[in-house]
Design a protein around this ligand. Structure first.
Ligand code: ADP
Ligand code: MG
Length: 580
């Protein structure tokens, strides 16, 4: 591992040194081509830093590039050149934070449209400023920066992008982005601060784009908003990154080199066909190269790297930005109670439109017990688990976990306090292996585990749920039952005190059911408190210490399983009035 890292480093240095002498050897057309390749390398690689793993397709590249170019145009004559670039970087971060905070909650097509609109918005704002405040639409750029200097700045910036990408790929932040890309909901329940992770990398990528724009500005002697905020910049960046392969660090580069040359030739000889070509390349990506050129040389998604120099360095950098969590208060039994309550809800309510899914619910879970939450379909059981784990926000009522109010907390905070869950419709991280899925549960809990220890613990957990033989298999290739096992292993990796299992035993055959029951029981023996939502009566009878029965959002009975299941009202709720 160390040798490989050293070899990478040496290769990187040698390549940079080789590329650095290019301006001494060539000039004019070929130097301009080199500058184009480098600038798109930075744009496409930094685009892929964020959009590759998260699958949030951003069309904001032109906005950031343009902001950089304009900063250089305005400040170029007033400040020393390196300072101009620093100011551009700061403005890039500021805009990225504002944009990120307001848009990163959008998903899918809405995010794409907004980022596209952003370029237009910024262009309009700058135009307004130039016309009304500055007094003319365009600006002449008089900055004494030569072509070779532009080239060297871009080369250094490219080296920085690759270094940043290399570190992120080995960091918990990088893993967080991939988990978000696979399933954003699961990411929250794994303890990932989704907003923070997305915002960090979106801003970092925006800084690279902005600085690229600033470095490139002196190549124009005249700029106006239409030149610097050109939507084509966004499309070309995206197409190059996807054509090369956005999930690998060096993927975008494989798209940039051929496409810059191709676009250059076509732009020179057939300028009218440029848009058509862009469309053709896009169709090639969609139909022939979904994983990009990089996908031709590699199989499957990139594997997680938790050990080695890069991982250790990334972890050290990450710790600087980590906010230490306050340790949770100890749970104590109330006066007259033998066993302390670990979870209690009061007046809990959640409605969807007119439908009250959970109505004034009072629930308590004691430390070390298995509580069965049962009731007919649609009675609100899953909604209760969603409220406890923070997936939904309650309309009213309170939830206390270990005495602490949690109903207003985000899922990742609740997860870090010690509540883990599985999903009724199984949700594994499909592009990751079993071990990687479980590492996702280890890496963001409190205290977090990373590096070799995370690998070891993940393997042990994968073994414990009986998946040892499939440890390295991508989760979406597992059978349904194995995916359920994996989901449990990921939840256990969180080292929870309270585990929420939503119909985890459903769909198992009799032998698997017995194994499953034994496994859940062994978890209680380890001291876990567990809420099981279940329909399998045998499982309820043999597992649960107590049951709470729900019907139409309300609690209609509670007590030991044998008593509750014989209750007339419970039988009526399950079977309907006619059978009671
Ligand atoms: P259970 O798990 O007991 O089968 P649920 O909690 O899934 O029941 O659902 C309770 C009721 O709330 C159902 O009528 C269901 O259709 C409704 N419901 C649950 N989630 C949502 C949602 N996200 N949006 C709208 N209605 C929902
Ligand atoms: Mg349900």
């Amino acid at each position: 591992m160390r040798a490989a890292t050293a070899a990478y480093g040496m290769f990187g240095l040698a390549l940079s040194a080789l590329l650095a002498v290019v301006p001494l050897l060539v000039s004019g057309y070929y130097l301009a081509l080199g500058i184009s390749v480098l600038s798109y390398t930075v744009l496409a690689t930094s685009w892929a830093l964020f959009s590759g793993p998260t699958r949030y397709i951003s069309l904001a590249t032109a906005a950031f590039f343009g902001i950089g170019a304009y900063t250089a145009a305005i400040l170029g004559e007033k400040l020393p050149w390196p300072l101009v670039l620093a100011v551009a970087a700061l403005i890039g971060i500021a805009v990225a934070l504002v944009v990120g905070l307001s848009t990163l909650r959008l998903s899918g097509i809405y995010f794409v449209i907004f980022t596209f609109g952003l370029t237009e918005l910024v262009r309009q704002l700058v135009t307004w400023y130039e016309v009304n405040i500055h007094g003319s639409v365009g600006r002449y750029i008089f900055v004494d920066v030569t072509q070779p200097v532009i080239y060297w700045y871009l080369l250094a910036l490219a080296a920085l992008v690759f270094l940043a990408g290399w570190l992120i790929g080995r960091s918990r932040l990088g893993l967080a982005l991939r988990v978000i890309g696979d399933d954003e909901g699961v990411a929250g329940h794994c303890g990932i601060d989704i907003t923070r992770a997305k915002l960090t990398v979106f801003s970092l990528s925006a800084v690279f784009m902005t600085v690229t724009g600033a470095i490139m500005a002196p190549r124009w002697t005249y700029i106006d908003p239409a030149i610097s905020f050109n939507a084509f910049t966004s499309f070309q960046t995206l197409i190059m990154a996807l054509f090369g392969g956005a999930t690998r660090l060096f993927g975008p580069l494989l798209g940039v080199v051929p496409l810059v040359v191709l676009f250059e030739l076509l732009g020179a000889h057939f300028p009218n066909y440029f848009s058509i070509l862009l469309g053709v390349v896009f169709m090639v990506i969609v139909y022939l190269l979904p994983q990009g050129v990089a996908g031709l040389f590699t199989r499957g998604p990139p594997r997680l790297r938790t050990v080695g120099i890069g991982a250790r360095l990334a972890e050290r950098i990450g710790r600087v930005f980590d906010r230490p969590q306050a340790s949770p208060p100890p749970v104590a039994a109330a006066d007259g109670e033998a066993v302390p309550e670990i979870l209690a809800t009061r007046g809990l309510r959640k409605a969807f439109g007119g439908l009250v899914a959970v109505d004034n619910l009072e629930l308590s879970v004691r430390k070390g017990e298995i509580l069965g939450l049962i009731g007919p379909n649609g009675s609100g059981k899953t909604t209760v688990l969603n409220l406890i784990s923070g997936a939904y926000r309650a309309d009213a009522g309170e939830i206390r976990f270990r005495g602490q109010r949690i109903e207003a907390l985000k899922p990742h905070r609740i997860a870090q306090l010690g509540v883990a869950r599985t999903f009724q419709l199984v949700r594994v991280l499909g592009s990751m292996t079993c071990v990687e899925n479980v590492i996702a549960g280890l890496a963001f809990r409190s205290p977090a585990v990373w590096g070799g220890r995370a690998e070891q613990m993940a393997r042990a957990l994968v073994d414990r749920v009986g998946l040892g033989a499939r440890a390295g298999m991508p989760a979406d290739e597992l059978t349904y039952v194995d995916q359920k096992r994996l989901e449990l292993a990921r939840a256990l990796a969180m080292q929870p005190e309270l585990l929420l299992l939503d119909e985890w035993l459903a769909g198992l055959n009799p032998a698997e059911l017995n194994d499953g029951i034994a496994l859940v029981r062994s978890l209680r023996n380890d001291g876990l408190s567990i809420v099981v939502v279940e329909h399998v009566m045998d499982a309820i009878r043999s597992l649960c210490d107590r049951c709470v029965v729900m019907n139409a959002g309300c609690k209609i009975a509670q007590g030991p399983p044998a008593v509750v299941l014989a209750d007339r009202e419970v039988v009526r709720a399950y079977l309907g009035d006619a059978d009671a």
